[in-house]
Design a protein. Structure first.
Length: 128
């Protein structure tokens, strides 16, 4: 191999690597823009558990929207936020909180309850 052909191989390799890095960074940038757009589309709804009851116990939410439930357990004992309709089971320790992501829902009524205190911890979500 001559010096000139070796020099061309290095230049070709450098151009190829630069193109690959540019493509990767462009994809990562596009993905982060999509992620931030989805994050701004997310609605945060707060629910508290006190005296083994949900407050509010009835929620009205829009259809086809990402929801994040911020559940604060003000009781000293743990409670399990459960909904067979939503496919959620989340134990929340006493005097703590949890974030629960809910996929976009279709119109309808979705029941949730506290598994450890089903007689008092009841609620529902109406999606329109």
């Amino acid at each position: 191999m001559t010096f000139l052909s070796n020099h061309r191989s290095v230049a070709f390799l450098r151009a190829t690597v630069t193109s690959l890095f540019t493509a990767v960074f462009a994809l990562v940038g596009a993905y982060s823009l999509v992620g931030s757009a989805a994050a701004t589309d997310e609605m945060i709804v707060e629910i508290t558990i006190k005296d083994h009851k949900f407050e509010p116990s009835a929620l009205k939410l829009p259809a086809a929207k990402h929801i994040k439930l911020s559940v604060k357990n003000l009781d000293a004992s743990a409670e399990e936020f459960e909904s067979k309709d939503l496919g959620i089971e989340k134990v929340i320790a006493g005097n703590s909180d949890a974030m629960i992501r809910v996929k976009p829902l279709t119109a309808g009524t979705y029941i949730f309850y506290g598994e450890y205190h089903e007689d008092t911890a009841k609620g529902h979500i109406v999606v329109e």
